[in-house]
Design a protein around this ligand. Structure first.
Ligand SMILES: C[S@@+](CC[C@H](N)C(=O)[O-])C[C@H]1O[C@@H](n2cnc3c(N)ncnc32)[C@H](O)[C@@H]1O
Length: 274
C-alpha cells in the first residue's frame, strides 16, 4: 500500500462513532484535580489587574499556571483523540491481509478492537478483559458490545471476559496480539510476566506482538527477549500518547515469534549431567 493510501486508511480508522470513556477512570480524574486547580489559580493570580506586583512575578505565575494546565490538557487529548490517531497509524502500517485472527488483551470498551475489526473483513478480532472501571470509565462487556455495533464491526469481533494472565485460548491461535495501556495495571511484576508469557503462547509461529504502554515497557522487552522472540524493539510513541504523565515516555514494544522450523533460544539453562 502506498503512503497516501495508508494515511487515508489511518484517518478512516481513527474516526469513530462509539463512546470509549476515559482511561484510568476516576483515579486519573482525581489525580488531575491538583494540576488543574493549581494551574487555574496561578493563571488567575497572574492576570488579576488590581494586585500590585512586579511584572516578573506575573510572568512566572503565568508560566507556572500554563505548565500545570498542560497536564490535564495533554491527558484529555491523549485519551480522547491521541491514542486513536496513534493506533490508527500503527495498524494501517501493518499491511494486514484482512483474514487474520487478532487478539487484544485488556480491550476495555473496544477502541482498538473496533479498529481491528474494520481491518478484518474475513478475519476475527478477539477482545478479552476483566472490565475494571478503575482502569477505564464506564468499562463493561455491554459498553464494549454497544461500541462494536456502533462501529459496524460486531460480526467480525468476539468479546471474552477473562484475565490476561490465563488466556482461555489454545496455543498458537492468533496471528497478532496487541495490547494498549493494559498490562501495567497488573500490580505485581511476576503477574505482568505471566501476561507476556500468555501472549507469546497464543501467538502463531511467525505472528507479531504490539504492546503500547505508559510504564513497565522495559520489563516486556526483557521477557520477550528471554522467550526468544525476534526483532524485539521499543520506541517512544510521541506527544499524542503522553497522557499528561510527567517524566514518563510512553513506548511501543514490538516483536515477532520465530516461524516454525526455527527454534527459539532456551529461556532457562538445560539440566546438565553431574
Ligand atoms: C486503560 S484501559 C485500556 C483499554 C483499551 N485497551 C483501550 O485502549 O481503550 C486498561 C484495560 O485493562 C483491563 N485489565 C486490567 N487488568 C487486566 C487483566 N488482568 N486481565 C484482563 N484485562 C485487564 C482493564 O479492565 C481495562 O479495560
Amino acid at each position: 500500500m502506498n503512503p497516501g493510501s495508508k494515511q487515508a486508511l489511518s484517518r478512516q480508522l481513527a474516526s469513530h462513532r462509539g463512546q470509549y470513556g476515559i482511561d484510568g477512570g476516576g483515579r486519573a480524574l482525581a489525580g488531575l484535580l491538583w494540576p488543574a486547580g493549581g494551574g487555574l489559580l496561578l493563571l488567575g493570580l497572574s492576570l488579576l489587574p488590581m494586585s500590585p506586583k512586579p511584572l516578573l512575578q506575573r510572568a512566572l505565575e503565568f508560566l507556572a499556571g500554563a505548565a500545570l494546565l498542560q497536564v490535564p490538557a495533554s491527558f484529555f487529548y491523549s485519551t480522547i483523540r491521541g491514542k486513536f490517531a496513534v493506533w490508527a497509524e500503527l495498524l494501517a502500517g501493518l499491511d494486514l491481509r484482512g483474514n487474520e485472527r487478532i487478539l487484544e488483551i485488556g480491550c476495555g470498551r473496544g477502541a482498538i478492537l473496533a479498529m481491528l475489526g474494520k481491518l478484518l473483513p474475513e478475519g476475527r478480532a478477539v477482545g478479552l478483559d476483566l472490565w475494571r472501571t478503575e482502569d477505564q470509565s464506564g468499562n463493561s462487556l455491554e459498553s464494549a458490545r454497544t461500541n462494536l455495533v456502533s462501529e459496524g464491526v460486531a460480526d467480525r469481533c468476539e468479546l471474552h471476559t477473562g484475565d490476561m494472565r490465563a488466556l482461555p485460548f489454545p496455543d498458537a491461535s492468533f496471528d497478532l496480539v496487541v495490547s494498549n495501556l493494559a498490562i501495567h495495571n497488573i500490580p505485581e511484576k511476576d503477574s505482568r510476566r505471566e501476561a507476556i508469557d500468555e501472549a507469546i503462547r497464543v501467538l502463531k509461529p511467525g505472528g507479531r506482538i504490539l504492546i503500547a504502554d505508559l510504564f513497565r515497557t522495559e520489563e516486556y522487552v526483557q521477557r520477550l527477549e528471554e522467550a526468544g522472540l525476534r526483532a524485539v524493539s521499543c520506541r517512544p510513541l510521541g506527544w499524542r500518547f503522553w497522557f499528561g504523565v510527567l517524566g514518563v515516555t510512553p513506548r511501543l514494544v514490538t516483536a515477532e515469534k520465530p516461524a516454525s522450523g526455527t527454534s527459539p533460544p532456551e529461556t532457562t539453562p538445560p539440566d546438565l549431567p553431574p
